[in-house]
Write a protein that binds this ligand. Structure first.
Ligand code: ADP
Length: 612
């Protein structure tokens, strides 16, 4: 149990976490006002009931004739009140809980919209399970705080003070005595909710771990099955599940303790009231009607007292969740547009010898690059110029820095200023939109969306025609296969549709890049899963189509590399050799050695017939 000292919950920062939600409260203000008014009407009507009971009892005690008719009148009044309570309760539930759903929707849209702007490094450092838990659990907790939290706050305060007021009007001494347990209730509530808040955070954390585990085991199912590790994976999932249940049980135990404890304390007050109030009634200090009404008010007070306790926990939960959501909303994309409208920022240094007019030129000027937080440089003093319209191959052993170099061009990784230039402009001074519109990028890991073949190729661009999509599929060597599907290009792919092979996925991704007709096309080992002959065919078609465009290709296959105008050879992050295929063979350096190895593996792939 936390000590009393640390029970001083920092309320201000708690509420400050909710600041981003203010705009939804302003937007929904009329619904909120009407909702709160309906809630107040319900409270008012509820407060009327003990008064009617009081009247009825007094009639029974005092009146001697006409009791029946009078009681009927009171009964009908209570019936009418009950009807009105039902009506207004419906109204406030719709309006106030509806408001909380709108907050939920707004927050979710904002969170997702913001997450999309974040850079790759954010996703590398954040677990998907964490993001999903934010999007589900945390947003739920915020919704509860904005909906039921608000209701309990208003209800608890208004109904509570009004009930106490009515009790005071009956007898102030009795009221004070019956309120003796109240401070105890407040302290116990604060202690329990404090603990609940900490436990709730742990539940959230273990839920996020569980989600991450589930995601990982489903997306890695092929590897798991291939290695027959279902049992092992099941064990890992079970352990996470048990941990989650354990944490939830902890929370449930605290909750289970909380409500009975509250009822016990408030009922202790009732016992005193019956003893003392009964005595007052006998002595004639208060009427029997007052006595019964007083008990009815005390009963009515149970909910506000609990509501106050609940409010604290709802708001604390919501606040903890908001703090985590704010953590994401405040995350700044590591890679940002330069200052100035549309990237017209300071011009910076220009690349020498590269014409500004040409579309599709790339220049690296003394580029040094290391990954954020790493000591070692992955690229060291890289100087190379690619002219617009050239086809370039980049070659090197695994880990030599090829992928890193290519990912820097569309700024998927952030280079230092004045070291990388596209069309003569420092890419750090170009807006991301302008830069990325120039570049088609196909990486090693392809992604197919759960959508139609057509949409996977057109990929959100409206100005692509059906013919262009089909032509791109032809270039990528997959048109016939796709057209032969049940519903042709309208066939659903991915989780909701058919599963493609690795090679088909790669070819479809190539089609997506080709349809964009970008001045620069970067293929980073983009056809590793298709056979050599198919790869050669596809590349020939791409290069024929893009004769006057810039093409940068990383591939291990000799047949692909040979077609390049120039070849750059990387080793340990440095550019070591440069030239045409023939000149590099004559050099008898790294390229020549790699070439020998490749010839051998390609001939093995082609059935052992050595052909170069
Ligand atoms: P290649 O494409 O030639 O195989 P990479 O560019 O993928 O080479 O990798 C170059 C070096 O950068 C390797 O030493 C690799 O370990 C390192 N590296 C790649 N990605 C990251 C990353 N996200 N964080 C830190 N180091 C990385």
């Amino acid at each position: 149990m936390p000590s009393l000292k640390n029970l001083t919950v920092p309320f201000k920062p708690t509420f400050r976490n909710f600041q981003p939600l203010w705009i939804y409260f302003v937007k929904n203000r009329w619904a909120l006002v009407a909702g709160v008014l309906s809630l107040l009407v319900v409270d008012f009507l509820q407060l009327m009931i003990p008064l009617i009971i009081k009247k009825a009892i007094n009639i029974l005690v005092v009146q001697t004739s006409g009791v029946g008719a009078l009681l009927v009148k009171q009964g009908v009044t209570i019936g009418m009140i009950a009807l009105l309570i039902a009506l207004f309760r419906y109204v406030w539930r719709r309006l106030l809980l509806g408001h909380s759903r709108k907050v939920e929707q707004g927050l979710r849209d904002r969170l997702y919209g913001h997450i999309q702007t974040l850079s790759r490094s954010f996703f590398q450092n954040t677990k998907t399970g964490d993001l999903m838990s934010r999007a589900i659990n945390d947003i739920n907790a915020v919704r509860m705080a904005c909906g039921m939290g608000l209701v309990a706050l208003v209800d608890g305060f208004i109904l509570g003070t009004a009930a106490i007021g009515f009790m005071m009007s009956i007898d102030w001494r009795l009221t004070l005595i019956s309120l003796i347990p109240a401070p105890v209730v407040v302290v116990v509530t604060r202690m329990v909710t404090q603990q609940m808040s900490a436990r709730f955070e742990r539940v959230q954390k273990s839920f996020s771990d569980l989600t991450e585990q589930a995601r990982e085991s489903f997306s890695g199912i092929r590897v798991i099955k291939a290695h027959q590790r279902e049992g092992w994976e099941y064990g890992r999932m079970k352990a996470r599940g048990e941990q989650y249940v354990g944490e939830s049980m902890h929370l449930a135990r605290t909750l289970a303790l909380f409500f009975p404890l509250m009822t016990l304390i408030t009922n202790a007050g009732l016992a005193v009231v019956i003893l003392l109030g009964g005595r007052y009634t006998i002595l004639g200090t208060i009427t029997p009607g007052d006595f019964v009404a007083f008990i009815a008010y005390l009963n009515l007070l149970t909910w506000p007292v609990m509501a106050m306790g609940w409010v604290v926990s709802l708001i604390q939960r919501g606040s903890a969740s908001m703090r985590r959501i704010n953590g994401i909303l405040e995350a700044v994309p590591e890679i940002q547009d330069p200052g100035g409208e549309n990237g017209r920022g300071p011009q910076g240094k220009r690349a020498e010898g590269v014409s500004e007019k040409a579309e599709g030129s790339i220049a690296f000027s003394g580029l040094n690059f290391r990954y954020p937080g790493q000591k070692e440089y992955v690229l060291k003093d890289v100087n190379l110029k690619i002219r617009a319209g050239e086809t370039i191959a980049i070659v090197g052993r695994v880990g030599s820095g090829k992928t890193t170099l290519l990912q820097i061009v569309p700024r998927l990784l952030n280079p230092p200023e004045s070291m990388v230039f596209v069309d003569g402009r420092d890419i750090r001074n170009l807006s991301l939109n302008t830069l990325r519109k120039k570049i088609g990028f196909v990486s090693q890991d392809v992604f197919i969306f759960s959508d139609t073949v057509y949409n996977n190729v057109a990929f959100g661009t409206d100005d692509v025609t059906d013919e262009e999509v089909r032509q791109a599929l032809s270039v990528a060597g997959i048109r016939e296969e796709m057209e032969a599907l049940d519903k042709g290009l309208g066939t659903l792919l991915g989780e909701r549709g058919i599963t493609l092979s690795g090679g088909q996925r790669q070819r479809l991704t190539i089609a997506r890049a080709v349809v964009g007709d970008f001045p620069i096309l970067i293929l980073d080992d983009a056809l590793s899963m298709v056979d050599t002959r198919t790869e050669a065919g596809i590349l020939n078609r791409i290069l024929d189509l893009r004769q006057d465009r810039t093409n940068v290709i990383v591939s291990h296959r000799v047949s692909t590399i040979r077609r390049a105008d120039r070849i750059f050879v990387f080793d340990h992050g440095s550019l070591k050799e440069e030239g045409t295929h023939e000149s590099l063979i004559l050099l008898r350096g790294i390229y020549a050695a790699l070439y020998e190895e490749q010839i051998l593996s390609e001939s093995l792939e082609n059935g052992g017939v050595i052909s170069s």
